[in-house]
Design a protein around this ligand. Sequence first.
Ligand SMILES: [Zn+2]
Length: 403
Amino acid sequence: MSIIKVADFEIKLSDPRDNMQKYAPQVLNPKKSIDFFLQHPHYFVAFNELHLLMVSSVGGQTELLYQIEPKLEELTQVLAYGWKDLIGVFIQRLAPYLQSIQEQVTSISGNDDEIKSEIAQRVSTFMQNPKNLFQIVGELPLPMLCLSQKSIPALLSKYILDNYRKYCNGINPKSNLENYKKIDDSLFYLYNAKVLYPMFSTSICTNRFEPHLDFIFSDRPLREGTCRYCNAPLIVFNHYIVAEPYARLKSEQKDISYLIASYLSIVTSRALECYPEILIKDLREEEQVDVFIRNWEKDLTAILECKIRENSDSTIETKKNIIKTDVIQLKRKMKNLAVNYGYLVTNLVFNTKEEKDKLEKDYFKINSNKKKIYLIARVGNENLLECMNKIINDLGAREDSIS
Ligand SMILES: [Zn+2]
């Protein structure tokens, strides 16, 4: 365990590799992808025994989903079987091959960017070799092999669509087509930032009479396009694997701490020094803190607690009860560590500013002139990172225009 001394505090890093500089800055312009980090791990596809986390996305001509969906249903109904189980088996069989490629590459070279592009290249080469595909498919249980050529891409598309709906509902239970597009864009953005890499893609064309289906392995996800048989616009389905260390941080619900620490540090040109996921030792007490922030110059300190709930859109009564408990914990840490500010960051969404202000007024009082405690949460469609301006101002820093 390494220890960093910051004024009166001793900061213990339990794992020196958990180093913000190495991980979080890869998410360039996090305002575009913040929803991913506010999402509870429950909304991802997880194979815990393989330590894999995946996410699905649907894009292209999604306005015509209503027209295509009955066709997908029809094609997937040819099976009396639980098709979800079969697709699960397929993905589980495929995953270790991808993981072993990732491990081989990681053990031979050093630079992060080089490693990632090497992985993408090897995955793509692996997938394009029919012998390898046969190896995976050949290991599948018999019913999977009996599927017609059309059924496999249809099943996979349906699997991706169902997972994507679940993911979108986790971000916004009132999700509509517009949200679908926005969320698909933000996942593509995370692919560009190398947080996600594509496992496979499928597409279905919007030909009203005879939609054509395709199943593609590639190191690039499918975006929009037209059918290679009939030129009709495509609806595209992508299944991504969440790259390390993001998968592990997401499963442990620590990714949001890294993102916020990185964001605050970068937009203030490091006027704010931020330490995510650390143990801090004051004179007597030791506390685990999600993010510790200090402005050296102004001699101000703050701690952030990040709480990601499975249901971000609960009733006001539920929100009250959740927040009441979280505030008690935050106040205890503030007292033990003698910091100036405490912030409770949550993915809960408030319908109106009044609703949020009232809750803050009722529960965020503190009997000290020198200490202040606040709630950082979204009202409606607000971007949570915009709400961080409060922290930047409180701690006497300013946001640089280059952000
Ligand atoms: Zn077509």
